[in-house]
Write a protein that binds this ligand. Structure first.
Ligand SMILES: Cc1ncc(COP(=O)(O)O)c(C=O)c1O
Length: 495
């Protein structure tokens, strides 16, 4: 059959419809490169996947303006590391570092304007505020760099006093996997503080029991991956101040606001969590999450040059200039950084505030809907931290279904809402988490609430009768307006 179709549509027929082309008549090779080349538009059409708009599991950007797509496209050949060859890209990276240093209240270097508004920063990683920093592929790489700087500084302090340096540790609450990777990859002990009942993250009063003279730093998270809550950075800093006064251990904080770094400055400007706290040595964030840049960019910043040990920064001179680099990888596309700067210029502070506020308002709307659905207990209602909602089953044993079942039901209609257990000591509690991001509108959230009700009904009372089916709300789903281009529509579909 497939061969017959292939003969009907010769491989060199330039007018063949994509889905009538010889390649589309075969299952694509999975384990071996094909022997022959294929027309690019056919390969393109056959590869694209999924509907990111209904993916409420991810923190990451799933919608970008057309101009961002164009910028990404036009930067596809620019290597971020070739700073000498693409000085404007390097300059833009440095400007982004300055913008973030300003947003996160890095101390002024005492030199230039701390408003950081109109002067170029000279292409380096140092802005007028004196903070140093760089772009990365995401928060994970930025977290590794932050963790390494902590380890190096701890070691230097200990070596200077002639103390042993073989057992560094890092203290953190419930962490994203990058903070489990860092200690394992770089030979640091992870002292993970358990999540207390009723808590949504690390509590300041827990810290003292885990910190000692070998603690290179404490990680505080603004937007805990599991619960979306902000950990109390200022209170943790105060606890560490007390520890220093009593025991003499000067333990710095690395803040991981992978998402919150772009939410708190706009929605919670009075919350003190950043370089305003002397103890905060470094911060990482994901530009590609609530930073509104497309996938592939994160940021690592240190409050000043002293917080980033010089031995970690390599001077690379074979690309035509002498360029400092602190990164785990080398080559990387320049588009994401350009797109980050585009977002800063395009939206400004007011634009970011409006986008994040719209997301937070929709999250609270969803929380209101969930509150009315009897099987659930709301854990986080979208107020005070990330634009998100999380909930659990009030009576997991008596409900007759679990949240994994509910996720499966929602998935039948395209919605991706993850169910997962809380970390270690709270493992028995399974939650649903919905992230409301740029590009997820109120109407979609209202549809999601409809489908939550629909799914609950199915799980508790079985499939609807034909008569009931006609009374149920129209279904959302992806309709396809072309290969790989998903649009969310109200589609009445089979149940
Ligand atoms: C708190 C936190 N830190 C770090 C990361 C890793 O971020 P990235 O995906 O940008 O590497 C995540 C990802 O969700 C996160 O939630």
């Amino acid at each position: 059959m497939a061969l017959h179709r292939a003969k009907e549509t010769p491989a060199d027929d330039p007018y063949a419809d994509v889905f009538a082309s010889p390649m589309s008549a075969h299952v694509l090779p999975k384990h071996r490169m094909p022997d022959e080349h294929a027309p690019p538009e056919v390969v393109y059409a056959l590869l694209l996947d999924g509907n990111a708009a209904q993916n409420l599991a991810t923190f990451c950007t799933t919608w970008s303006e057309d101009q961002v797509h164009r910028l990404m496209n036009e930067c596809v050949d620019k290597n971020m590391i070739d700073k000498d060859e693409y000085p404007q890209t390097a300059e833009i990276e440095a400007r982004c570092v300055s913008v973030l240093a300003d947003l996160w209240h890095a101390p002024s270097s005492g030199g230039g304007s701390s408003d950081g508004d109109d002067e170029g920063s000279g292409g380096g990683g140092v802005g007028p505020r004196g903070a140093v920093g760089c772009s990365t592929t995401g928060s994970s790489e930025a977290a590794m760099l932050g963790g390494l700087a902590l380890k190096w500084r701890w070691r230097a302090r200990r070596q200077a006093r002639g103390e042993p340096v073989d057992r560094p540790n890092i203290v953190a609450g419930p962490v994203q996997v990058c903070w489990e990777k860092f200690p394992r990859y770089f030979d640091v002990e992870l002292r993970q503080v358990p999540l207390e009942p009723g808590a949504t993250g690390l509590r300041a009063e827990q810290v003292a029991a885990y910190v000692d003279e070998n603690t290179s730093g404490v990680v505080a998270i603004l937007g805990v991956t599991f619960t979306c809550a902000y950990e109390p950075v200022a209170e943790i800093a105060a606890a560490l101040d007390r520890i220093e006064a009593e025991r003499g251990w000067d333990v710095p904080i690395h803040v991981d606001p992978a998402s919150g770094g772009f939410v708190a400055p706009f929605l919670h400007p009075d919350l003190v969590w950043d370089f305003r706290l002397d103890r905060v040595a470094s911060i990482n964030a994901s530009g590609h999450k609530y930073g509104l840049a497309p996938l592939g960019v994160g940021w690592a910043l240190w409050r000043d040059a002293d917080a980033l040990p010089a031995e970690l920064v390599f001077q690379v001179d074979y690309l035509g200039g002498n360029v400092p680099t602190f990164a785990l990888n080398f080559s990387r596309p320049g588009g994401e950084v350009i797109a980050q700067y585009y977002a800063f210029l395009r939206l400004g502070r007011a634009g970011y505030r409006r986008v994040q506020q719209a997301c937070a308002d929709s999250a609270r709307y969803l929380a209101g809907q969930v509150r009315q659905m009897c099987p659930f207990t709301l854990l986080y209602d979208g107020e005070g931290a990330l634009p998100a909602v999380s909930y659990t089953l009030t009576d997991p044993r008596g409900a007759g279904f679990n949240l994994y079942d509910l996720s499966d039901q929602l998935r039948m209609r395209g919605w991706q809402v993850p169910a997962y257990p809380l970390p270690a000591d709270r493992h028995e509690t399974v939650i649903h988490r919905v992230l409301v991001r740029h590009g997820v509108g109120r109407d979609e959230i209202a549809l999601l609430a409809d489908y939550l009700r629909w799914a609950l009904r199915r799980l508790t009372r079985g499939a609807p009768t034909d008569a009931e089916r006609n009374r149920l709300p129209p279904l959302s789903g992806a309709t396809w307006d072309g290969p790989g281009r998903a649009v969310v529509g109200r589609v009445r579909g089979p149940w």
